[in-house]
Design a protein. Structure first.
Length: 259
């Protein structure tokens, strides 16, 4: 078959677009931690799974200058490259805020104001920001529209039912500040809604109830092991059924004092 000049140009254009998408994927993955954060007595690990080559979920964790541990994750409305570009805007803005010493509620309020200054029609994001102080075992936390984190403890597994408005929607938004004191051995699971809203072959969602059950069964596991059990259960549930959303999750684990 002889290719016309138009055919050649079309193939070259497709190759360029594929290369650009692969580069965008690599750039997005570079914003997500590759390794767990181990700062005894704290361990933090993550699982990041875009729906396509790139997606609108984002997360990071890090040590702050006062030796507390900062953690955030978010979910941009929409999917694909446009959502990934807005996620890059949110991450870049957030990284300029999260080391200022502001409490989590103040971080979200400032991030919201800055996103409104760069308002993009049809785009906004849900974000959680948390800071854990190993000295006091206090987890300070604010939520802007994501599912509440799950606390795994010797008493079981429960959801933080703290809500809040997504960011980038309203010029003035306030975010409640919350604190939870962790006990040695406790874990906290942070996640975007792509995890609980994953569909199985019968179009039933994985749901919070199944997630809680998996966490209950594995609440003594380390951060990486817990994520492994969660996503293994998810894979078994979806049984290869195509998914329609990005997934991001992080676990903060406090070592057991007896370990």
């Amino acid at each position: 078959m002889t290719l016309t000049a138009v055919d050649v140009l079309r193939l070259l254009d497709e190759q360029v677009r594929q290369f650009e998408m692969e580069e965008a994927r690599d750039l997005q993955r570079a914003t997500v931690p590759v390794e767990p954060l181990r700062a005894p007595p704290v361990e933090v690990a993550n699982h990041f799974r875009p729906h396509s080559a790139v997606g609108g979920d984002f997360l990071d964790y890090f040590l702050l200058s006062d030796r507390t541990v900062g953690l955030y994750l978010g979910d941009v409305v929409g999917k694909g490259l446009p959502a990934a570009l807005y996620a890059a805007l949110a991450v870049g803005t957030l990284r300029g805020i999260n080391k200022t010493g502001e409490p989590p509620s103040g971080v979200l309020e400032l991030l919201n104001r800055r996103l409104r200054m760069r308002c993009i029609r049809g785009r906004h994001c849900a974000v959680q920001y948390a800071v854990f102080d190993p000295a006091t075992r206090l987890l300070s936390y604010a939520n802007g529209g994501l599912p509440g984190p799950l606390l795994l403890s010797a008493r079981g597994c429960r959801e933080f039912s703290f809500g809040g408005f997504p960011l980038g929607l309203f010029d003035v938004a306030r975010y409640d500040a919350h604190q939870v004191r962790l006990d040695p051995g406790d874990s906290v699971l942070f996640m975007t809604d792509g995890l609980t809203e994953a569909y199985g072959p019968s179009d039933e969602q994985f749901g919070m109830e199944r997630l809680v059950e998996v966490c209950e069964q594995n609440r003594a596991a380390g951060a990486e092991a817990l994520l492994h059990h969660i996503f293994a259960a998810l894979e078994e549930f979806v049984a290869g059924h195509p998914q329609h959303d990005d997934m991001a999750a992080a676990v903060l684990k406090l070592e057991n004092a007896a370990a």
